[in-house]
Write a protein that binds this ligand. Structure first.
Ligand code: GP9
Ligand code: MN
Length: 416
């Protein structure tokens, strides 16, 4: 009820992080192109496999002066996989435990990134060459106020340009940019790539590097499909430049979730040349995050611990839009008050000093088991945060906000 909204709002308002005035509004008015990098994890970035560079384009981009690259950024998805990452990005809420919120709560009221941008004159849309109802997207996108979904019907798909789950990433980005050319500007377009998806199958001509050699075909092929997706991102940048859309846009790219599960620990151990521990598995939930602002020139690598939950406030602040008072669980990564604390949906968490997995506290640098003192204060906070997020979703609390109940009225609500 309304009193729950008061409780959650008070908690959130107490943790609000003011934007860094130097960054606030630096991308104001530009188009936003967000790219979901299917199953791309950070362990491939700036690394080699058997002497082969895995992500040449994404590696160069980490050093690009127009790019912020976040090297300690984590996915926070659960069973909803890609759809959870979309949900977290749009709402800065956690997905639900033990299910996919895109299915369980698609009838809720949300205050999404798309809605906020739409209210500020943006044409909001998603481009993804899959059926509309997959992950219940058609229904949830309405709830998120996404204006248009360019689904598989909006793409020219053939046997030749498909592999694995469907259309290959290169033709997908080419046709996506063609759609963007027709859009009203400014637009917020979210592209969901697909080639680097389990089981990581690729046509021979698209294998740009040799496979890995371990007992896991999954991991062996993964490096090749990641290499292909890297090529697709290079093509995306070229196309945007070619079609005159590059300079007036900001490009945000993030890994949606892991591609290599713990079932492949043995093979991962071969690749990393060490035995994989629960600490390593937690650290492997790192996914790349790039914020590329053409012409900005002051980009850098940021090693602040952060997660997908932070994307909504971070993006809105770059666009010069306030988020104070919004019901969101993340905070602007650029804010001096951003706290290095990332909670996974399953209760694991990472801080700048520790990693916590199943009641064991590890040193975040060495991976050694350490005294629980460093983790203790965060254990309860992690469950409180997840609990409040669940309360928000299960109670559909944002509908009360939508009804225009303002802050002082909340207080009265509480008393009744
Ligand atoms: C399907 C794509 C992949 O449309 O988003 O979904 P995933 O299995 O990664 O959640
Ligand atoms: Mn995915």
């Amino acid at each position: 009820d309304g009193s729950e909204l008061v409780e959650v709002s008070n908690h959130i308002n107490a943790n609000y992080a003011e934007p860094d005035p130097e960054k606030f509004g630096i991308a104001k008015g530009r188009n936003i192109i967000a790219v979901s990098l299917e199953s791309v994890q950070s362990f491939v970035i700036n690394e080699e496999m058997n002497g082969q560079v895995i992500t040449p384009f994404l590696n160069d981009l980490t050093k690009d002066p127009d790019t912020f690259y976040f090297s300690d950024f984590y996915h926070q998805t659960g069973l909803g996989k890609t759809s959870d990452s979309e949900f977290i990005l749009e709402n800065s809420l956690y997905g639900v435990n033990g299910g996919a919120v895109f299915f369980t709560h698609s009838g809720n009221t949300y205050d999404s990134l798309s809605e906020r941008l739409g209210d500020n004159g943006y044409f909001t849309n998603v481009l993804h060459a899959n059926g509309r109802s997959f992950w219940n997207r058609d229904i949830m996108y309405d709830a998120l106020n996404i204006e248009k979904f360019y689904d598989v019907e909006s793409f020219e798909v053939s046997d030749e340009n498909s592999v694995n789950w469907g259309m290959k990433d290169i033709p997908f980005v080419e046709q996506s940019v063609a759609h963007m050319q027709e859009m009203q500007q400014p637009f917020y377009s979210r592209l969901i790539t697909l080639t680097n998806h389990f089981p990581f199958d690729l046509n021979e001509e698209d294998k740009l590097i040799e496979a890995f050699d371990s007992n896991s075909t999954t991991l062996n092929q993964y490096f090749q499909t990641v290499r292909y997706t890297d090529e697709a991102i290079k093509v995306l940048f070229e196309e945007l430049k070619d079609k005159g859309l590059y300079d007036n846009s900001i490009i945000v790219m993030y890994g949606d979730h892991y591609g290599i599960s713990e079932n492949h620990n043995k093979a991962m151990g071969m690749y990393l040349d060490k035995e994989i521990t629960p600490y390593d598995n937690a650290k492997q939930q790192r996914v790349p995050l790039y914020i590329h602002i053409p012409g900005y020139g002051e980009g850098e690598t940021i090693d602040e611990v952060s997660g997908q939950i932070d994307l909504r406030p971070t993006i809105l602040h770059l666009m010069g839009l306030e988020t104070k008072g919004d019901l969101q669980f993340g905070s602007d990564i650029f804010s001096p008050d951003h706290e290095p604390f990332v909670i996974f949906r399953d209760g694991r968490f990472v801080t700048d000093k520790n990693v916590f997995v199943k009641d064991v506290c590890y040193d975040t640098v060495t991976g050694e088991e350490v005294d629980s003192a460093g983790c203790d204060p965060f254990v309860e906070r992690a469950s409180t945060e997840l609990g409040y997020s669940d309360m928000t979703i299960i109670g559909d609390l944002l509908r009360f906000k939508d009804e225009g109940i303002s802050k002082p009225e909340f207080k009265e609500f509480e008393k009744k």
